[in-house]
Design a protein around this ligand. Structure first.
Ligand code: DAH
Length: 340
């Protein structure tokens, strides 16, 4: 019996070592260790042994079983790893593979300009607010002190939705919303779409963009307005930019001014683009907030003063990128957009 056991062990181990599939391994297990397996059959003969031989053979049989099981476990582990590695290799995805026909998008020149403006004002301590494009007549005109007969209220200038609702004609109503919501002190900018019943030409579009700024606090003066605008203009356009303030009229500011900057074409020398003046006209409108506007928003105009400004973002983008036709900004022609 001892010989039989040794033969079973050697044969099984040799077989196990020579195979390369889990199925064959399982077959060997059944053939050797299974209910009708070789080892099991030998063990059945145990009863025929003498009392003394039985424990010796029992021990040997256990050792044989353990040796075979250990060999099988090792083989199983090795085969599983091999199969797993093969599977991983066959399913590999090379994520570094180049794919040439993917077109990446990028920011629109107008949005780039808008965000640069916002970022600059944020760095100067302004908070960025937004307001709705569909606005009440009350916010767009009344609270801004625009007289009932002001020409900008005209149907020929403004898109009316009904008698009390318009597509906002400027971003100034966001000032009203901000003062009503936050009161004073306040330091905000707001950029977005604006609409006017304009004829379309190279510099006019019925939909365009503005950015609005407002600062309200105690003792705010014209000096603060000039300081802020000068800092902004020199930061944004370059330190060699000259400015010129012309008196103007807006219903919501008093006094009011329009600001011109050095012509971007000739840098002040005079050229056809600036009618030989050396100035690029009307970069922005500004002024000291009219006390009536503060009062309309529940702010004490004896205690608080403020300044405000507003400018067209489309024009700034056009100057910055040398775009000569505003329509290019809105037509989404890839031949144009891909240049930025
Ligand atoms: N809302 C004016 C416009 O659309 C621009 C403007 C001028 C805004 C003066 C202001 C301001 O806040 O103070 O032409």
């Amino acid at each position: 019996m001892k010989d039989k056991l040794t033969i079973i062990k050697d044969k099984a181990i040799e077989e196990i070592n020579s195979i390369d599939s889990l199925d064959t391994l399982e077959k060997i297990r059944v053939d050797v260790l299974g209910k009708k397996g070789e080892l099991t059959l030998v063990l059945r003969e145990m009863g025929k042994l003498s009392k003394e031989e039985r424990p010796v053979m029992g021990k040997l049989a256990n050792e044989v079983r353990e040796a075979i099981e250990a060999e099988m476990a090792e083989k199983k582990e090795a085969l599983s790893k091999l199969l797993r590695d093969e599977k991983l290799k066959s399913e590999i995805i090379d994520i570094s593979l180049e794919k040439n026909d993917i077109q990446l998008g990028h920011f629109h020149p107008l949005i780039k300009t808008l965000e640069e403006l916002e970022d600059l004002f944020v760095s100067m301590g302004f908070k960025v607010l937004t307001g709705p494009e569909i606005e009440t007549v009350a916010n767009n005109f009344d609270a801004l002190n625009s007289p009932d007969n002001h020409p900008s209220r005209d149907m020929s200038d403004t898109f009316y939705i009904d008698e009390e609702t318009v597509l906002r004609t400027h971003t100034s109503p966001v000032q009203i919303r901000a003062m009503k919501e936050y009161g004073a002190p306040l330091k905000m900018v707001s950029a977005g779409r604006t609409f006017r019943f304009d004829d379309v030409d190279d510099t006019h579009s019925p939909m365009f963009h503005q950015i609005e700024g407002l600062v309200v606090d105690e003792k705010i003066s014209m000096a603060n307005l000039l300081g802020t605008l000068e800092t902004f203009i020199k930061e944004f356009f370059g330190s060699d930019m000259q400015t010129r303030y012309r008196p103007h009229h807006f219903p919501f500011t008093e006094p009011s001014a329009e600001v011109d900057v050095t012509c971007h074409h000739c840098h002040g020398k005079g050229c056809p683009a600036c009618n030989n003046t050396g100035w690029s006209m009307e970069l922005l409108g500004c002024g000291m907030v009219h006390p009536k506007v503060l009062e309309n928003c529940g702010i004490d105009s004896e205690k608080y003063t403020g300044f405000a400004f507003g400018m067209g973002i489309d024009r700034i983008a056009m100057v910055k990128y040398g775009i000569n036709n505003i329509r290019l900004l809105f037509e989404n022609d890839n031949r144009f957009l891909n240049q930025f």
